[in-house]
Unconditional design. Structure first.
Length: 171
């Protein structure tokens, strides 16, 4: 995977979560469905904290910053839509700033996360998998909470043949 592939994948997951969150009523952003569960707002706060910690001084400092309080990211408290949006944007702004100067040859460089050295490629793969995991959770929570008909975020059910035909016409 090249650096532009990573940038593209991060952007796709960012957009997927944003589209899911947009279908979630404000009142449902803070709903926790199970004991020890997370609300969509808590997941956004966690991902923001993770991205800020991992990608601030990405190439030079350990990705787990001493000022990060990961456990507080999961504290249950009310978040407004504006707070959720701001947290999401801030985390991705730090990520984008860290990825912008990287080139393909940087993927072989070594970074450290929680005192564990790894290649930039491995760190980005790990981060992207973590993001995908939590974006999936956000999508499920949004789907459960949606109070209007759900707008599919991928190929709608029973529309695969139509989608493939449309793709073939564009080719």
């Amino acid at each position: 995977m090249h650096i532009d592939d990573f940038r593209s994948q991060y952007a796709q997951y960012k957009q997927l979560a944003e589209k899911a969150l947009a279908q979630m009523p404000d009142a449902e952003l803070n709903r926790v469905l199970a004991p020890e569960g997370n609300s969509a707002a808590m997941i956004v706060r966690h991902m923001s904290g993770n991205l800020i910690s991992r990608f601030t001084n990405f190439l030079t400092d350990d990705g787990e910053k001493p000022n990060r309080d990961r456990d507080r990211e999961f504290d249950e408290r009310p978040y407004s839509r504006a707070e959720v949006d701001a947290l999401w944007a801030k985390g991705f702004a730090v990520l984008d700033d860290a990825l912008a100067p990287l080139r393909d040859d940087d993927l072989e460089r070594t970074v450290t996360i929680r005192q564990q050295p790894m290649t930039v490629h491995a760190a980005l793969t790990r981060s992207l998998a973590h993001l995908a995991y939590h974006v999936g959770q956000i999508v499920v929570l949004a789907r459960i909470a949606a109070d209007t008909p759900w707008e599919s975020l991928s190929i709608p059910r029973n529309k695969s043949q139509q989608f493939n035909a449309d793709m073939n016409r564009r080719a």
